[in-house]
Design a protein. Structure first.
Ligand code: UD1
Length: 417
């Protein structure tokens, strides 16, 4: 079991590249099942979640080769429709293989997905959408069995919430369905646009990605293509939080500033200066942050739930009271009890967390229990008075490519043991 030892009272400086987006890479990898030939995916981050998706693809019969940040996927050999339980449990996003398998193999048998325990995370919208496209779905003994005996046909699907995963699952399945599919109240996250860009390069006809209504004109088949994954806006927000808590000045390279349009103003409210030049962000934080008033997590273009935990770490040491309202997942304050161990003054009630900023945190032994909560503990550790020992590092590795090395590159003292 690895642990991270984060020395306290750190100051960051210099520039770093932001990794490719995990949440884009995972659905794009699932979608390669539909695109015969060799798919070359650039800027693909080295993460345990990406490795888990590669293992699923290999199990299904694809060839997957990695060279640094490039993954080459040949799906011509894909020959099966089942995914074993131990592979499904590795990540939550394995559920996007449902739409991809239905479209490519005509059937799918998989168990309910795993992933971080940040809420109940039902998949009813995925199933309703796929049923509308003509899939026959049975759920029994924790398994989902799907088939499309008459093929998939376009349909009008109105989502009751703009679910990222359900939008992706339906988009992939509808790409080669017969006729037109319309998704209303679709998720608008940049990762949806990235998936649509990939599918369109493969020959799909998807219009309106990034807007609330997506129209998919089904095509007969898709061909492989080369695609570069967009930068990870949550990794960028996490590094901004690390710089914010330590009163540091850093430059982030390989970012799309517009993807951070809801995040940057919150840091500015806290007294930070953020300047963008093309794909670079120059970030500078004051000696002590100001409080952030109210941060509400919302579907994109609102403030992302994935950035809530790292930002909360910053609010712990801000001057004054900050209020967070978590509207997306019902169990996303698991990092709070660990931050309290470090001296934070936090109170949660339901969706709300109130942070009364304290002048400093102190190092402690803490345990990460989910990906973004782990990032919050790292950020808190950087500004603490003494060293912090973080266990549960495997959660961090699901979504951050060697965060400790990135921080060391910025001058911090973070060790993995
Ligand atoms: C994706 C992201 C995750 C991010 C989340 C919200 C990936 C791999 N993960 O997760 O990092 O935190 O978007 O931005 O891209 N819901 C249902 N029924 C469904 C589907 C979802 O009730 O069928 C609910 C969920 O429980 C949650 C909300 O809808 O409360 C949003 O979930 P969703 O947007 O689907 O998140 P994920 O795709 O799981």
């Amino acid at each position: 079991m690895s642990k991270l030892i984060v020395a306290g009272r750190q100051k960051l400086s210099g520039a770093t590249e932001v990794q490719g987006a995990k949440n884009s890479a995972l659905p794009v990898l699932a979608a390669t099942l539909l695109a015969k030939g060799e798919n070359v995916i650039y800027n693909c981050p080295v993460l345990s979640d990406v490795e888990a998706s590669s293992r699923v693809l290999r199990y299904l019969g694809c060839t997957v080769n990695r060279s640094s940040h490039t993954l080459a996927v040949k799906s011509a050999g894909a020959c099966r429709g089942d995914i074993p339980d131990e592979l499904m449990r590795k990540t939550r996003s394995s559920i996007v293989f449902l739409g991809a398998l239905l479209a490519s193999a005509g059937n799918a048998r998989l168990s309910l997905p795993g992933g971080c325990e940040i809420g109940q995370r039902p998949i009813d919208m995925h199933l309703r959408g796929l049923r509308a496209l003509g899939a026959l779905i049975k759920e029994k003994h924790g398994y989902i069995e799907c088939s499309a005996p008459y093929g998939l046909s376009g349909a009008r699907i109105a989502l009751s919430f703009p679910s990222v995963g359900a939008t992706e699952d339906i988009m992939i399945a509808a790409a080669t369905a017969s006729g037109t599919t319309t998704i209303t109240n679709a998720a608008r996250e940049p990762e949806i646009c990235d998936l649509a860009d990939y599918l369109n390069k493969c020959g799909a006809e998807i219009y309106g990605a990034g807007e609330g209504v997506i129209v998919i004109e089904g095509v007969k088949e898709l061909h492989a293509c080369s695609h570069t994954i967009i930068p990870d806006r949550i990794a960028a927000a996490t590094l901004m939080s690390c710089a914010a808590v330590t009163g540091s000045e850093i430059t982030l390279k390989n970012v799309i500033p517009s993807h951070l349009a809801a995040v940057i103003p919150v840091f500015e409210e806290a007294g930070c200066t953020v300047k963008s030049h093309g794909c670079e962000l120059a970030f500078s934080a004051p000696q002590r942050l100001k409080s952030m008033k109210t941060v509400r997590t919302m579907p994109y273009p609102g403030f992302p739930t994935d950035a809530q935990a790292p930002l909360l770490a910053a609010a712990c040491v801000a001057k004054g009271t900050s209020v967070f309202v978590e509207n997306i997942f019902e169990n996303r304050y698991r990092h709070v009890s660990e931050l309290i161990r470090m001296g934070a003054n936090l109170k949660t009630e339901g969706k709300v967390c109130v942070a009364e900023g304290v002048p400093c945190l102190y190092g402690a032994k803490v345990e990460a229990t989910d990906l973004r909560g782990a990032a919050a503990l790292v950020a808190a550790g950087l500004c603490a008075e003494s060293a912090t020992v973080i266990s549960g590092v495997r959660f961090l590795e699901r979504g951050y490519e060697s965060l400790e090395q990135t921080l060391c590159g910025l001058g911090a003292d973070v060790k993995k043991i």
